[in-house]
Design a protein around this ligand. Structure first.
Ligand SMILES: *[C@@H]1O[C@H](CO)[C@@H](O)[C@H](O)[C@H]1NC(C)=O
Ligand SMILES: *[C@@H]1O[C@H](CO)[C@@H](O)[C@H](O)[C@H]1NC(C)=O
Length: 412
């Protein structure tokens, strides 16, 4: 009977973290939770290692319980496959080499006028232009996944064909003879490699991911870039507005700093204030709404929100806007008659709820008050100067309808 109750508590804890704090108060319940976690994750350890893993697990469980109890927190955190890993094991899942990385150009000192004509929401996942979530594993190859993600949506828009392109070609070839691609790299180097190789990149099916840097086989594999070729790298200016503007046209390779909170992110709008260092991870931005920028990670579907994360708008997001770029594509005039590869089954929700804690910042200082009568300057760039930070403000791109809820104007 006692055991059944415990099982029920643990079951509830795995479904919903709220009883986690209660479990952690009891060493026995914590051990039981640990065993059921190992079962769920298919983990088995020798006795000595098990004691180390248990300590890591308990520390992470305490962290998750703490983060989930923060008042006003919009994101949820959970135990996942990182919860029993050491710091260096976790770091192996990253791979953005910030040393020597090409920093994006400065944003212009006055906002671009084209921003006013952007759609308030653009989610490429909801338009069948994003492939299923992939898994880099414990090789620091995030830079190849970030770059390929930045390509796939843009190729699909141009050709009408959604295709999985080969991270492995970049992993093997970009630093061939120089260094181990699993030690980290840059997304722009991928696009530059393709441009030098005649604009090519293999399909994943022809050049499968192994998670190890091997000999470059680029020239032996069929080219998957049929309707368009990669001409080079286009850097995106260093601001949220410039990133959103580029996202309205297609996906972007982006980089940011992964923190402990990020490893245990599970859903909701993520706003990290715990980063303190340099970007260390590359991913793909695949859409935005007035409230968040949608990012596809390469840690499989069992991480985060089915493999995705929503980064809050009007927030620095651990330098998310500093290293963004996308491939320049030129059409070949040849129709791609290949079929579509599997698209992601993730649908991001477009519903707009008021942000309970809109951060009051000027994105582009200096802001002048006389700019404030331009809608997008007031709502996206100069919220502080223009005094739109009060709690009744609706997220940019929306208005308060007569029923008091923030929506796009046409939905009131
Ligand atoms: C990161 O880039 C720098 C600069 O090119 C290079 O010297 C270094 O070896 C790279 N780090 C790794 C782990 O590959
Ligand atoms: C990146 O962006 C942040 C703000 O988003 C800024 O504070 C930081 O200095 C930038 N890093 C670099 C290297 O420019």
């Amino acid at each position: 009977m006692k055991f059944l109750i415990l099982v029920a508590i643990i079951g509830a804890a795995l479904a919903d973290e709220s009883p986690l704090k209660a479990i952690l108060k009891s060493p026995l319940a914590t051990l039981k939770l640990y065993s059921s976690f190992k079962g769920e994750q298919h983990l088995a350890f020798q006795a000595a290692e098990d004691r180390l893993r248990f300590r890591l697990f308990r520390k992470n469980a305490e962290f998750v319980a703490e983060e989930n109890s923060v008042e006003g927190e919009m994101a949820k955190f959970a135990l996942n496959f990182f919860s029993t890993m050491t710091e260096s094991e976790k770091q192996a899942w990253l791979g953005f080499n910030v040393t020597g990385a090409e920093l994006s150009p400065q944003a212009p000192s006055s906002p671009m006028l084209s921003a006013s004509s952007l759609p308030p929401t653009k989610l490429w996942t909801n338009e069948d232009k994003v492939t299923a979530v992939k898994n880099q594993g414990g090789c620091g190859s995030c830079w190849t996944f970030g770059a390929v993600g930045g390509l796939e949506t843009r190729y699909a828009i141009k050709s009408g064909v959604l295709r999985n392109f080969a991270e492995q070609e970049y992993l093997d070839c970009v630093y061939e003879g120089q260094r181990d691609g699993c030690g980290g790299g840059w997304m722009n180097a991928c696009y530059e490699y393709s441009a030098t190789a005649g604009g090519r990149l293999a399909k994943s099916v022809d050049y499968e991911y192994t998670g190890r840097d091997g000999y470059c086989q680029g020239s032996n594999k069929p080219d998957g870039m049929i309707a368009a070729r990669i001409k080079g790298n286009v850097p995106v200016r260093k601001s949220e507005a410039a990133n959103v503007e580029a996202l309205a046209e297609g996906s972007l390779a982006v980089a940011f700093e992964v923190t402990n909170r990020f490893y245990s992110y599970s859903s909701g709008i993520f706003k990290d204030t715990s980063c303190y260092s340099w970007p260390n991870h590359a991913v793909t931005a695949v859409g935005y709404t007035p409230l968040y920028v949608l990012v596809k990670n390469s840690w499989g579907k069992n991480w985060g929100d089915q493999g995705f994360v929503r980064f809050a708008r009007n927030h620095h997001n651990c330098n998310l806007w500093n290293y963004s770029s996308y491939p320049e594509l030129s059409e070949t005039g040849v129709a791609d008659n290949g079929g579509n590869d599997e698209k992601t089954d993730y649908t991001a929700d477009e519903e707009v709820k008021p942000d309970p804690d809109p951060e009051c910042v000027d994105v582009y200082p200096p802001c002048y008050e006389y700019w404030c009568d331009v809608d997008y300057v007031r709502n996206d760039y100069c919220r502080k100067t223009c005094g739109v930070c009060d709690e009744n403000a609706c997220p940019s791109g929306t208005i308060r309808c007569s029923d008091g809820v923030c929506r796009h104007e046409h939905m009131c």
